[in-house]
Design a protein around this ligand. Structure first.
Ligand code: HEM
Length: 447
């Protein structure tokens, strides 16, 4: 047999083998996609998207995953606990980067921990955050005292001002979240009062324009070459600049102090040059990492700004939804009130309070019924993958259908009802992920 015949034989055999044994199916996709724009109409309004997640969850209940098309982007949605366990947890190394679309990259950077590709630097940044926000440090006497102080201040604000016209509960909860994280980052320091409204406005400015169905230039970036500017991208850039200008100076002060301390130790500077020793804190640890050359200044600043950005809409909204569920369930309200009064009197609970499992169950139940983020933060595949015969190319955006999965009758009895008691039973679990990139503060919130 000549060489050319042999090569032809091998190629034909490979082709036939791949077509018969490696055949992949195309991913199912909801009806109603528009030409070129895809499902944009079904995702761009958050309330419509939430209700579509439930409809699509049921429609694709047997296929574990499905696909949305948004302009040129393909978005895979994990529709079952099994798919999440397999792809996010077992194959976590492939599914732990995040896409930076035009709007997101105008606000965040690859140097923010959430958007750092999976790898050594990502692990380092997470470990640094864990030193303050992990369960053990968060319950240390010092850090828990900051959290308790901010909780007390929130209770006072609600007691003293909730009857006044113009009182906004959402705003009070957002303020409390940001003040708590600020205190945890800067060794108990109170956030300068005048900064709070501007930080909240900047963060909300970004939240408003972020989302998978954002506007036309973010979907088709080439349009910007024709001078068509996307207002959302401009808004995201402004929000980032504003936020960094508000937060970074305090970090740079910590950096300056730690640098001066070092110079004093080396005898290069007089002790009088230092206004104050920077106390042990997240900010100090970040500054030490920067001075040791382990991270650069941009990453250092995101290790501060990123945590404040991650806290306001998440913790504030979780508290807001929890209070709304309690207000709608008189029995739960009565039981929670009785329990809190007997354990804590009129003060808010502290980390030392015991016997408050029912209160934790109320918060858990509200996050089950109304997850702050109904799809989780987007992830992105780092290489091609095949799941259940479906081909998922490298660079695909991946979301979870948390909204649907957490309301499944097979998973929770009477899943549509608000029943905190279910969390007092053994073996109930809310946690869908234990892979490599979940929220850094989940261990803290599951305390
Ligand atoms: C109730 C409050 C919170 C909720 C519901 C929440 C939810 C989430 C979710 C869904 C993700 C994405 C997880 C994934 O892709 O698998 C995430 C990531 C993250 N969260 Fe939270 N979060 C909360 C509070 C916080 C707070 C207070 C902080 C900061 C102190 C924080 C810091 C982060 C960070 C840094 C990431 C990125 C982790 C990474 O990519 O490695 N979160 N959070």
């Amino acid at each position: 047999m000549s060489w050319s015949l042999l090569v032809l034989f091998i190629l034909t055999f490979t082709f036939l083998f791949r077509s018969f044994f490696c055949r992949t199916k195309s991913l199912p996709s909801p009806p109603g996609a528009l030409p070129y724009l895809g499902h944009i109409r079904q995702v761009s309004n958050p309330a419509v998207f939430r209700s579509n997640l439930l409809r699509w969850g049921t429609l694709f209940s047997t296929s574990h995953i499905f696909q949305l098309k948004i302009g040129p982007r393909r978005i895979v949605i994990l529709n079952s606990e099994e798919a999440i366990a397999e792809l996010y947890n077992r194959r976590g190394a492939t599914y732990s980067s995040r896409p930076l679309d035009a709007v997101t990259s105008a606000f965040f950077s690859e140097k923010s921990t959430a958007f750092t590709p999976y790898g050594k630097m990502h692990r380092y940044a997470r470990a640094l955050i864990g030193e303050t926000f992990g369960p053990a440090p968060s319950t240390s006497a010092l850090v828990s005292s900051y959290i308790e102080r901010e909780a007390l201040s929130l209770v006072r604000t609600i007691k003293d001002t909730s009857h006044l016209p113009g009182f906004d509960l959402g705003e009070a909860l957002g303020r409390a979240s940001i003040s708590t994280i600020w205190a945890m980052i800067f060794a108990g320091e109170r956030i300068p009062e005048e900064k709070v409204p501007s930080i909240c406005t900047a963060l909300r400015g970004f939240s408003k324009v972020a989302g998978i169905g954002s506007r036309i230039v973010s979907l088709f970036p080439f349009l910007s070459y024709f001078g068509i500017q996307d207002r959302d991208i401009e808004a995201a850039k402004k929000a980032r600049e504003r936020l960094i200008a508000l937060i970074a100076p305090r970090y740079l002060l910590a950096l300056d102090r730690v640098r001066k301390e070092r110079s004093i130790e080396k005898g290069e500077l007089q002790a009088a040059e230092l206004d104050k020793v920077e106390p042990e804190s997240h900010a100090r640890r970040v500054a030490e990492a920067q001075l040791a050359g382990k991270i650069d200044q941009e990453r250092a600043i995101w290790l501060i700004v990123g945590l404040l950005s991650a806290s306001i809409d998440t913790t504030g909204s979780t508290l807001h939804f929890t209070l709304s569920f309690i207000a709608d369930s008189p029995q739960v309200q009565q039981k929670a009130y009785k329990l809190l009064s007997s354990v804590c009197g009129s003060a808010p609970p502290s980390f030392k309070s015991t016997g408050l499992e029912y209160i934790k169950a109320v918060v858990k139940e509200s996050t089950r019924m109304w997850p702050v983020s109904p799809t989780g933060m987007p992830r992105m595949t780092d290489k091609d993958d095949v799941y259940q015969g479906y081909f998922i190319p490298k660079g695909t955006t991946v979301l979870m259908n948390i909204r649907y999965i957490q309301l499944l009758e097979e998973r929770y009895d009477e899943a549509k009802d608000f029943k905190p008691e279910r969390w007092l039973r053994e073996g109930e679990s809310l946690n869908l992920m234990d892979g490599v990139k979940p929220c850094t503060s989940f261990p803290l919130f599951s305390l």
